[in-house]
Design a protein around this ligand. Structure first.
Ligand SMILES: [Cu+2]
Length: 290
């Protein structure tokens, strides 16, 4: 009986513990898996559209390759010098020539229409609820919240020697980018020195961070959890050590987090401490350049 009670207590603790963690409920995390061949599951509509486009192009490419390979095999078997000693003198076939021009053009048009639609869909935020500025540095990320407290945080990878149990090697960071679920989040990327790339696979987001430029994109997150990404542009010695962790929380949790972080930024902290309040100059960089 005692054993049964202990087992029950352990089970309850295991299922309830993540919910009792201060601030954040739910332990969902979207991470790459070893030997993963397909794409990470979609966490929003943008990623679903990317997967759909990928699948369409994949089947067109596969069927075209099989068709061309089959034609090659037929030619090699049926029309080699031994099997076909007297070659045909045919030099034209109008029907065939029209077909091999029109069919590839049609295939390209079929691929280009959803492709362009997706590019434009990702390019401008529909009804943005908030803006986050993503500033890349060698080798960490800075996330500024100009319309939710005017503060910025720095996000650095947790080195192997400092990893706590449950934290992911090369992916977990000290300060996650916190976002509310279900909102349209405008992302403005820029860089402090060299070109980096802000890439979160399951959110369908990838944008260059280029010094002297501000580039727009956006995403939303359907359900709470942590979504991992990485810098996707070789940017120097620690390129592989600037992961991205996007933590999606409820609107209330997001509000509480921004208030708490703003308070920490306002507190009398030594220079260079994190989080920090945005300087007046930060706001002027809000224009988007093409
Ligand atoms: Cu980088």
């Amino acid at each position: 009986m005692q054993l049964f009670r202990r087992l029950c207590a352990a089970l309850t603790l295991m299922t309830m513990a993540p919910l009792a963690m201060p601030g954040w409920g739910g332990a969902f995390a979207q991470v790459p898996k070893p030997w993963e061949i397909g794409m990470q599951p979609a966490a929003n509509l943008i990623k679903q559209k990317i997967i759909d486009l990928h699948d369409l192009v994949f089947w067109i490419i596969t069927l075209t390759t099989i068709f061309v390979a089959a034609l090659l095999v037929i030619v090699m078997v049926r029309f080699n010098a031994k099997a076909n000693p007297i070659p045909s003198k045919t030099s034209h076939h109008t029907g065939l020539e029209i077909a091999w021009t029109v069919i590839p053009v049609l295939l390209l048009v079929i691929m280009s229409i959803p492709s362009f639609r997706l590019i434009y869909y990702q390019d401008r935020t529909p009804n943005p609820d908030l803006t986050i500025k993503v500033i890349a540095h060698q080798w960490y990320w800075e996330y500024a919240y100009p319309d939710n407290g005017e503060f910025s945080i720095e996000s650095r990878m947790i080195r192997d020697e400092n990893l706590k149990p449950g934290q992911l090697r090369m992916l977990d960071v000290d300060n996650q980018m916190v976002v509310p679920v279900g909102k349209n989040i405008r992302i403005l990327t820029s860089s402090a020195e060299v070109i980096h790339s802000f890439f979160v696979p399951s959110l369908g987001v990838q944008r260059y961070a280029i010094p002297g430029r501000v580039i727009e994109t956006w995403f939303s997150v359907d359900k709470p959890g942590v979504y991992y990404g990485e810098c996707n542009q070789i940017c120097g010695a620690d390129h592989s050590r600037m992961p991205i962790a996007v933590h999606a929380v409820s609107a209330q949790e997001f509000k509480a987090w921004t208030e708490q972080t703003k308070k920490a930024a306002q507190a009398d902290a030594p220079a260079g401490a994190q989080p920090r309040l945005l300087a007046a100059t930060d706001a002027t960089a809000n224009q988007v350049q093409r």
